[in-house]
Design a binder for this molecule. Structure first.
Ligand code: PGA
Length: 252
């Protein structure tokens, strides 16, 4: 567990302005758990509004384009989300990789654009059930991350990695503690190889995939698990902050 665990809500394609009261409730509760860094990534349409409502938590985006501006109908650039109040961007989520055919090179290009715009990064990785069944999960995630991570000098300050096995996302299934610990150790090794020991020690590795208040404590207590990327359970302040509380208890 990192000195300050990071609990991030990924609202995906959920939320209208009616969700602003939930963002306020999350923000109020986060002020009681200062040991934990809490953040939410609402849809683009709510970034500015959530940013204006909250004091304690950071607001992020769920994607950005590789270019700063241009003829890209329907796309949003990193500088636009930064201007709206985003401090970070989630990149390479498996739903983006699958639904929008994003490959590792595109994730890396987006991460470079985001860094340029001053955003911090949460880069996602994770294997399918088929890859895990073949016994190739760690090999796959290593190759995926190696090709997705940007070359930067201050990775310790700008980068977070999220391991999200695809078969655990939104399914109610979580990976076994042994599998999570093994994968996070592998990722830590790759971060050390890529950025050096000192930077790697400051990069938080989040687990994601059906994290709930009921299973958060066991997951957060695993070595090299420094927080969580939370989908479904981040849509209510009660369940999301139940996860933040579990992280706070483990961090004590
Ligand atoms: P989930 O989603 O918590 O609903 O499984 C996690 C994610 O996709 O980030």
């Amino acid at each position: 567990m990192a000195e300050r665990p990071f609990i991030v809500g990924n609202w995906k394609m959920h939320g209208t302005r009616a969700m602003l009261s939930e963002a306020r409730a999350i923000d109020r509760a986060a002020q009681r758990y200062m040991k934990v860094e809490v953040a939410v990534a609402p849809p683009f349409t709510l970034i500015h509004a959530v940013h204006r409502e909250v004091e304690q938590i950071a607001v992020g985006a769920q994607d950005c384009h590789t270019a700063e501006a241009g003829a890209h109908t329907g796309d949003i650039s990193a500088s636009m989300v930064a201007d709206a109040g985003a401090k970070f961007v989630i990149l390479g989520h498996s739903e983006r990789r699958e639904n929008h055919a994003e490959d590792n090179a595109e994730v890396r290009a987006k991460s470079e654009a985001a860094l340029e715009a001053g955003l911090n990064l949460i880069i996602c990785c994770g294997e399918s059930a088929e890859t895990r069944d073949k016994g190739k999960a760690e090999q796959y995630v290593t190759a995926q991350l190696r090709a997705s991570l940007p070359q930067i000098d201050n990775a310790g300050e700008r980068l977070t990695v999220a391991y999200e096995p695809i078969w655990a996302i939104g399914t109610g299934n979580t990976a076994t503690p042994e599998d999570v610990a093994a994968m996070h150790a592998t990722i830590r090794g790759l971060l050390t190889e890529t950025y050096g020991e000192e930077a790697s020690a400051s990069i938080r590795i989040l687990y994601g995939g059906s994290v709930k208040p009921e299973n958060a404590k066991e997951l957060m207590a695993l070595p090299d698990v420094d927080g969580a990327l939370v989908g479904g359970a981040s849509l209510s302040a009660d369940s999301f902050m139940g996860i933040a509380l579990a992280a706070a208890e483990v961090a004590e």
